[in-house]
Design a protein around this ligand. Structure first.
Ligand code: TXA
Ligand code: MG
Length: 343
């Protein structure tokens, strides 16, 4: 299969491109498209065969359900059994936006989308092209992040190409995505809603609107609330070590690990902040993700930087951790999952 790539202006996507992309969806094809968080790999959520293709090309475990993307509030009634009052408040405040809500699903939603679960995860993306695409297709679009299972999510069309060239019908290139980490996933089927995956909509922001919200505790084996949580995630090809502590500790620990891996002749990559970048010897591959004072930028650059280390053939990545405030909590969550060791 030849994968077509079409560039768009995110603020003014051409009607022709929207029409073409939505016709691919309607015919049961796969379209990768930008959202405000990361690129999604979309198919008609009501077409079991098209949804099955997503699992196949992503090599995604069959028990890991997909997020369904909608463009109109009325769509929700067709997909879910009940809309709890807390959901209504959250939708009013955060949709369209980077918040995915988990509801009890209606029977006629194909079981492939929800991987056999009684629940369904839904969001309305805050991206003009994504919304126009869903509207024009006239169906809800199931879309996981557009990356091979286990790899860092794609935040540019080039990443999507790298993972899916020749395997999907169309890639819409809308440049680098804005937020850079995936949406917050909130389970509303429990009395006290649970954050299954942290994102740009933080616990504090949610609690301001609906009161108490829980975060998922350490992932106990056996009872996994969000099936995606039990798999390795976001991992670059290189071995990644996450380095914790305050800034001084991070620099000292990193330097001692550099000595260790240098003796083994490993090609070393260091993922730093603007503040620590100058502490290391330029013979190594040093990439800064942004300032510790602006975590939004760090989130935006995170997956892109991990993929860049792979492109440069680095064998070990020594990655600095970031403060867990606001979106920092989501950053730290992704870093922990990507790491093979925390030091
Ligand atoms: O920002 C995002 O959410 C991106 C863009 C493309 O919208 N999508 C995304 O999808 O990150 P994906 O498939 O990579 O991650 C979906 C997460 C997984 O952890 C999955 O287990 C969880 O949501 N999930 C999906 N349906 C669920 C359900 N019914 N119950 C609990 N968790 C669910
Ligand atoms: Mg994903």
């Amino acid at each position: 299969m030849k994968t077509k790539i079409l560039k768009i202006d995110l603020n003014a996507p051409s009607n022709l491109t929207i029409k073409y992309a939505s016709s691919v969806i309607q015919k049961g094809g796969l379209v990768a498209f930008p959202t405000e968080t990361v690129y999604g790999l979309g198919a008609n959520a009501l077409d079991s065969k098209a949804v099955a293709k997503i699992f196949k090309v992503k090599r995604r475990p069959m028990d890991n359900p997909l997020i369904v993307h909608i463009a109109k509030f009325e769509e929700l009634d067709k997909l879910v059994k009940i809309i709890p009052s807390k959901a209504k408040l959250l939708i009013k405040k955060f949709w369209p936006g980077p918040l995915t809500l988990v509801f009890l699903k209606k029977k006629d939603v194909p079981k492939e989308v929800t991987a056999g679960s009684k629940t369904i995860a839904i969001r309305m993306p805050a991206n003009k092209f994504a919304l126009e695409l869903i509207r024009s297709a006239g169906v809800p679009i199931a879309a996981p992040s557009a990356n091979l299972a286990g790899k860092p999510s794609s935040t540019t069309a080039t990443h999507v190409m790298g993972d899916f060239n020749g395997k999907i019908d169309l890639i819409i290139d809308g440049g680098q995505t804005d937020i850079g980490v995936e949406s917050t996933v909130l389970d509303l089927t429990e009395n006290v809603p649970i954050i299954l995956r942290p994102g740009a909509v933080t616990k504090e922001m949610l609690e301001k609107v609906i009161g108490k919200v829980r975060t998922l505790n350490k992932n106990k084996n056996g009872n996994v609330k969000s099936p995606g949580l039990k798999y390795k995630h976001y991992a670059p090809e290189a071995e990644m070590i996450l380095i914790t502590g305050d800034m001084n500790e991070i620099v000292n620990k990193t330097k001692s690990l550099i000595d260790f891996y240098k003796k083994q002749n490993k090609k070393i990559g260091i993922m730093t902040s603007v503040e620590t970048k100058k502490s290391y010897n330029a013979e190594h591959t040093i990439l800064s993700v942004g300032s510790r004072k602006d975590l939004k930028i760090v989130a935006r650059n995170l997956f892109l930087t991990l993929r860049e280390f792979d492109r440069l053939g680095v064998e070990v990545i020594l990655a600095e951790c970031f403060p867990e405030t606001k979106i920092g909590y989501a950053i730290q969550n992704r870093l922990k999952k990507a790491a093979s060791r925390i030091y």
